[in-house]
Design a protein around this ligand. Structure first.
Ligand SMILES: [Fe+2]
Length: 304
């Protein structure tokens, strides 16, 4: 075989190899993309020590990390899932938009959700993607953005280091909902003070819900939580459950600064500081790339 013939064969083999890689890569991408279009409903029972359940459970629908416009889970499907679950309240744990993109589409969804679930209170806290696009220093811009979300329906309550009380029909109890502001525009002292005030306001017939975007707030208030006799349910998002699975928790060990995910708190239900249950949802949308691997968009129904 001549030199030119050998070169031609090598080039052909390389071409076949690269073509095969491209086909495999495209197939993997399509499979990962198809996972963003799925939706699962997860039922969780959060039994916090010291909290009587004889009256029954309150049901909280938890959604998070919508990341409009990278939201493929289906607006009508999400609303229908929450409606079918017959929840007492809905909690939205932040990152409704993608760094300031998709805001109009997100507001349209929130208006739709508020109308579909008109008899339910929808609590919302902001996430890092909600506040960073308007710059953390510009408080009035963040307030304006949150006011637009709140204006989507009278039943939408945006909480930024606020506490609200919601009576649960038929159970004779109230949820004390403590909504934390995004941690990068708040601070540990404010978070601790908020938790202590909420715990003090939680009576015998109340159940304390801590709603936050980044579960690291639990690390910030850990001492206060440990010293409190009031059990709580903490609801968070932010991690996307990894979004694209990496073995050995590599994403959080090597690529991210978050504290609790490095310790293994990435997705699911955890006992935290003995007297508290923490649930981290993997969220509904995607960030950076429109793909998922190892998780699919989730509506979590937390019985508490
Ligand atoms: Fe997110």
């Amino acid at each position: 075989m001549t030199g030119n013939a050998i070169l031609a064969v090598t080039a052909a083999r390389l071409g076949i190899f690269l073509g095969a890689c491209a086909v495999v890569g495209l197939c993997v991408f399509l499979v990962c993309y198809s996972l963003t279009k799925r939706l699962k409903v997860t039922e969780i029972f959060a039994d916090v020590k010291g909290t009587e359940r004889t009256a029954g459970y309150a049901r909280i629908g938890l959604i998070s990390d919508l990341h409009f416009p990278m939201f493929e889970a289906g607006k009508a499907r999400v609303a229908a899932a929450l409606e079918k679950a017959d929840v007492d309240a809905v909690a939205v744990a932040g990152d409704l938009c993608q760094n300031g993109n998709g805001v109009e589409e997100m507001l349209e969804f929130m208006r739709f959700l508020a109308a579909e679930l008109h008899d339910k209170t929808i609590f919302v806290v902001p996430g890092n993607h909600d506040v960073h696009h308007v710059c953390a220093e510009k408080e009035e811009k963040i307030a304006e953005y949150c006011a637009k979300i709140a204006a989507c329906g009278e039943n939408i309550h945006v909480l930024r280091n606020n506490i609200e009380r919601l009576p649960v029909e038929g159970l004779g109890i109230s949820l004390v909902v403590c909504g934390f502001d995004e941690m990068t525009v708040s601070n540990a002292d404010a978070q601790r003070a908020l938790f202590e005030r909420a715990a003090a306001e939680t009576g015998e017939n109340d159940r304390l819900v801590l709603l936050m975007h980044n579960p690291d707030i639990m690390a910030s208030i850990k001492e206060a939580v440990e010293n409190s006799n009031t059990g709580s349910l903490a609801l968070a998002g932010h991690t996307h459950g990894g979004q694209v699975y990496m073995p050995f928790n590599l994403e959080f060990r090597l690529l991210r600064h978050d504290v609790l995910p490095k310790e293994g708190y990435v997705y699911g239900k955890y006992d935290y500081c003995g007297n508290n249950v923490l649930y981290i949802t993997c969220g509904l949308g995607q960030s950076f790339l429109p793909i998922r691997l190892g998780t699919v968009p989730e509506v979590a129904v937390v019985n508490f």
